[in-house]
Design a protein around this ligand. Structure first.
Ligand SMILES: N[C@@H](Cc1c[nH]c[nH+]1)C(=O)O
Length: 374
């Protein structure tokens, strides 16, 4: 009633877990030689709406500044970081960040992310480091029931090349592919007079599953070197993941980009418990082209809210209480040092003891103070 829709106060386990998720992320990424970066929460809208970043202004929290320019609350870290670090000398950069993004969508406005961006690195190395960092991080959080999904933006782009669609048609088709609407995909492509590609794309909406899909499509696309190369890259990534972990990996060859700037391999992590997406990312070299840099860029971000709501191994610390009085408060305070593994509360009220795991009381004996266990 007193908060705008999408805003909420929070307390309790979720907050503890989120802090733990951030702390672990910092630890894991620091150990893998990522440097931290932060960008302001408020930016010009144009950073995110330019023709490459391509984000939708309608989904941003925005207002006009005094000069009449539109400002927004950061809707995306990747784009903001590209703005901040583009034009720097070309040598490998590994960035790690954490904080909120603001998008007006069905899940509210604010969500928290922790992510990495690898810029100017060897492409394969960058993609692998992203994936392995994600695996390393989730392992550190004791999250192991998830599925990794790989996809590639260029499959769709290559297959529709000869259709010469305008932007509106292309967007409609991409949305239909995304929603796996076989009927709509077929109709949209067939309307252009190309029933062969219509059938091909319709079938592609179901080209997901384990790596047998790759073998199947290696046969189907045996005369297209570009597509074969993509399949090979996906296959190599699967082999690396399988050699490092026993996680389930699936490919979705019909997957289309969920953010306009992607232009290569895309990866996502789905939690088995409820199918929620815990991380998402991909290659986006083209975003740097906007800043006149011909280079490589790849990254991914974790949804920290999703992680926090699935972290189960957080062990609640035991709680101890020391009953004291105004006169004996400093004795109780000193006794905290004896209880390093406990959450400690000093209280003047003996009634509270039943709510604690362990209780002490400061007693006076022969003009001396003693802390005794109750
Ligand atoms: N910014 C992307 C994740 C990502 C990081 N780097 C590349 N992609 C997102 O919000 O989904």
């Amino acid at each position: 009633m007193f908060l705008p829709a999408g805003s909420q106060d929070e307390t309790g386990t979720l907050l503890v877990n989120r802090a733990k998720a951030y702390e672990t992320f910092r630890y894991v990424t620091e150990k893998r030689n990522f440097k931290q970066i932060s960008t302001p929460a408020i930016e010009y809208a144009s950073t995110f709406t330019n023709r490459i970043a391509g984000m939708n202004l309608n989904e941003m929290m925005k207002w006009f500044n005094k000069e009449g320019e539109i400002e927004v609350l950061r809707p995306d870290w990747t784009t903001a970081i590209a703005r901040a670090v583009a034009k720097q000398p070309i040598h490998q950069q590994k960035w790690s960040y954490q904080g909120s993004v603001f998008r007006i969508d069905k899940d509210g406005t604010e969500s928290r992310q922790a992510g990495i961006e690898i810029v100017h690195a060897n492409s394969v190395l960058g993609e692998r480091e992203c994936m392995l960092t994600a695996i390393d991080y989730l392992k550190s959080l004791h999250i192991d029931k998830y599925v990794i999904e790989l996809g590639h933006t260029e499959i769709f782009d290559i297959l529709i090349q000869s259709l010469k669609l305008d932007t509106t048609q292309e967007d409609l088709l991409r949305t239909a592919m995304h929603d796996k609407r076989r009927d709509v995909v077929y109709q949209l492509v067939n309307n252009t007079g190309n029933s062969e590609i219509a059938n091909h794309l319709t079938e592609l909406t179901e080209a997901y599953g384990n790596k047998d899909i790759i073998t199947k499509y290696q046969d189907l696309w045996s005369d297209n070197d570009e597509l074969l190369q993509i399949l090979e890259n996906l296959n190599n990534m699967i082999e690396l993941i399988e050699a490092t972990t026993d996680l389930e990996v699936i490919v979705d060859l019909g997957r289309v980009k969920n953010l306009p700037y992607y232009d290569g391999m895309m990866f996502r992590g789905f939690l088995k418990k409820d199918g929620s997406t815990c991380f998402s990312g991909g290659r986006y070299d083209r975003l740097y082209k906007y800043y006149q840099q011909d280079t490589t860029a790849v990254g991914l971000a974790f949804d920290v809210d999703v992680l926090a709501s699935h972290m189960t191994d957080h062990k609640e610390k035991k709680r101890a209480c020391i009953i004291a009085s105004e006169k004996t408060h400093q004795v109780a305070e000193a006794f905290r040092n004896e209880l390093t593994d406990y959450i400690v509360e000093v209280s003047y009220d003996e009634q509270v003891t039943s709510t604690f795991d362990l209780c002490y009381k400061v007693m006076e004996q022969d003009n001396e103070y003693k802390v005794v266990k109750l």
